[in-house]
Design a protein around this ligand. Sequence first.
Ligand SMILES: [Zn+2]
Length: 389
Amino acid sequence: MSLLVTGIGELVTGDPQVGDGSPLGVLRGAAFVVDAGTVRWVGDAVGAPAADQAVDVAGRSVIPGFVDSHSHLVFAGDRSAEFAARMAGETYSAGGIRATVAATRAAGDEQLAAQLSRHVAEMARQGTTTVEIKSGYGLTVADEARALALAAAATRETTFLGAHVVPQEYADDPAAYVDLVTGPMLTACAAHARWIDAFCEVGAFDVDQARTVLEAGRAVGLGMRLHANQLGHGPGVQLACELGAAAVDHCTYLTDADVDALAASGVVAGLLPGVEFSTRSPYPDARRLLDAGVTVALATDCNPGSSYTSSMPLCIALAVREMRMTPAEAMWSATRGGAASLARGDVGHLTVGARADFAVLEAPTYLHLAYRPGVPLVASTWAAGRQVA
Ligand SMILES: [Zn+2]
């Protein structure tokens, strides 16, 4: 059953070969045809071919569905009191993760699955059609494997993050915990995961431990990603570049050498402005990265501690206001940038052959995503040509 989407006031294709010639490939008065979940035709509405069904969006803008390349959605519990304390002046450290670990271990499978699907649905209502989901709140073999099995039911972009923080029971012997992560835990988790990740930061894992974890994942066929340089300068970004990871996320504290390494290696820098917003911390300098030629992705980092937002529109608004990105750059980084971070060619754009993942905005242009912060502008969300929100 083919579907013609027409009456599009402004279509963001993500194809620099069409439309205004910008990286976003913006077309006006456009239409596109979807069949079998895939975009089959894109062009001027006047020349659109016939289809089995038609949807007229009455002048609204249409954008590719957001690709949220960094989230932690398998968890139980709530850390609103910790947030309130932080806003009252306490500082954030990586150790707060352990509170969520305790709540997650205590939760039943059904409770975790219900919470996960609620968050995925919440993301869909805000235009997200691809989401990466990490484990990392189980930190035992059984709890990490459970988290990834649940995540795999919600997305194909699953990431094993056993190296999120050293759990309390290994506090005196972190080396034994790294052995567990790279041994039995990896064995139990690899079948449910596409990626491996580690939190390389003071208070979490040092660079040698992070290297050991990523190399173990690579040896069993997982792609590599890394949390690094969030709370201060450190060697994580250089490690990600040296290993050829797909992405290194946070990148808040970078030296010139870090920026040069990112530009030279092609490793995607994932920026997560919800974290800086929610921890009242300095934002990463996206302008510096973009001017150096680094590929930048924007993601929510949705998690109950440092960034409990599921909203890519909020991240776009923050990126524009606080990180000196243009609205066009932020839009690109939230779609094609996220796809690059996940090494996906089929999402983040609306060109012939792409997955028909898109959002219809209650706005004449995507510019409103940054121009009207906090306003629920997503009128509907479609995944593989079907309306999902
Ligand atoms: Zn994270």
